[in-house]
Design a protein around this ligand. Structure first.
Ligand code: NAP
Length: 243
C-alpha cells in the first residue's frame, strides 16, 4: 500500500496537504506531529470522513533518534506499506531582530527545518531509492527566497531547504525520485494568526492571505504522475509578492 508521510500534519498547511493527498491520490497518510495529539487526531478524522485512511506517527523531526525509532518501528510493523511520498512541512518561527536574537531561537528554527529535513528524508528515501520511485516536497517560504527582516533565522533555514532541494534532486533523479520545494507567502494558519492581515495584504497583489488548501493543491500536483519531469524546482505561491 502506497503511503505519504506529511510532517507537521496536525494543523495548518500540513493538515491541508494530508487531506489533499488522501483525496487526490488515495494514499494512506502518516500524520506526523510534535505534541498536539488532539489536532492530529482531528486531521485523521477528516481524512477518514472523506473515505481515506492513515495513522498518527508522532516524532520531533529534529531528533534523529526519535525519527529513526518511529519510522523503523513503523516499517517493521507494516511490511506491506511503503512511503512513496514525503512532505517535509514541519516548521516554526521564532521572530526577532537579529541583534537581539538568542542562540536558542536560531538553533530551534534551524534544527526543525534543516536537521528535520535531513533526519526524515534520509530515513524515508532509502526505500524510494530501492523501489526507484518517489516524490519529496519540501515546504520552504518566501522568507527563504527574498529574506525577511525580523526572520534572519527562518530565512536562513528556508534558504537552506531551497538549496538542499536542488542538490538532492540531482542526486536521485535517475532513480525516478523528484525533489521539489514550495515557497508560500502569507498563508492563514496558527503561524500567521498574530499578523495584521488588513495591513499586510496591501503589499500582496492578490490582496489577501492565501489558504492552506491552495498550497495543498500545488503539492498534490507535484506528487502526481503528471509532474514527473519537474524536479529541483522551487515554486512560489504567494499572491504575487515575489517573483
Ligand atoms: P502551523 O500552523 O504553526 O503548524 C505547524 C505544524 O508543524 C504543526 O503540525 C506542528 O505540530 C508541527 N511541528 C512543529 N514543530 C515540529 C517538530 N519539531 N516536529 C514535528 N512537527 C512539528 O504552521 P503552518 O503555517 O501550517 O506552516 C507549515 C509549514 O509551512 C512550515 O514549514 C512553515 O514554515 C511553512 N510556511 C508557512 C507560511 C504561512 O504563512 N503560514 C508561509 C510560508 C511557509 P504540533 O501541532 O504538534 O505542534
Amino acid at each position: 500500500m502506497k503511503c505519504a508521510l506529511v510532517t507537521g500534519a496536525s494543523r495548518g498547511i500540513g493538515r491541508a496537504i494530508a487531506l489533499q493527498l488522501s483525496q487526490d491520490h488515495q494514499l494512506y497518510i502518516l500524520v506526523n506531529y510534535a505534541s498536539n495529539q488532539e489536532a492530529a487526531e482531528e486531521t485523521l478524522r477528516l481524512i477518514r470522513a472523506e473515505g481515506g485512511d492513515g495513522e498518527l506517527l508522532p516524532f520531533r523531526v529534529q531528533n534523529k533518534v526519535e525519527v529513526d525509532q518511529a519510522l523503523n518501528d513503523w516499517k517493521t510493523g507494516n511490511p506491506e506499506k511503503n512511503i512513496q511520498v514525503l512532505v517535509n512541512n514541519a516548521g516554526v518561527t521564532r521572530d526577532g531582530l537579529f541583534m537581539w536574537m538568542s542562540e536558542q531561537d536560531w538553533d530551534e528554527v534551524m534544527d526543525i527545518s534543516t536537521k528535520g529535513l535531513f533526519n526524515v528524508t534520509q530515513n524515508a528515501i532509502q526505500e524510494m531509492l530501492r523501489k526507484r520511485s518517489g516524490r519529496i516536497v519540501n515546504i520552504a517560504s518566501v522568507s527563504g527566497m527574498k529574506g525577511v527582516a525580523g526572520q534572519t533565522n527562518y530565512s536562513a533555514a528556508k534558504g537552506a531547504i531551497v538549496a538542499a532541494t536542488k542538490a538532492l534532486a540531482q542526486e536521485v533523479a535517475k532513480r525516478k525520485i523528484t525533489v521539489n520545494a514550495v515557497a508560500p507567502g502569507f498563508i492563514s494558519s496558527d503561524m500567521t494568526s498574530e499578523l495584521n492581515e488588513a495591513e499586510l495584504k496591501q503589499m500582496i497583489p492578490v490582496n489577501r492571505f492565501g489558504r492552506a488548501d491552495e498550497v495543498a493543491h500545488l503539492v498534490s500536483f507535484l506528487v502526481s504522475d503528471k509532474a514527473a519531469y519537474i524536479t529541483g524546482e522551487v515554486i512560489n505561491i504567494n499572491g504575487g509578492i515575489y517573483s
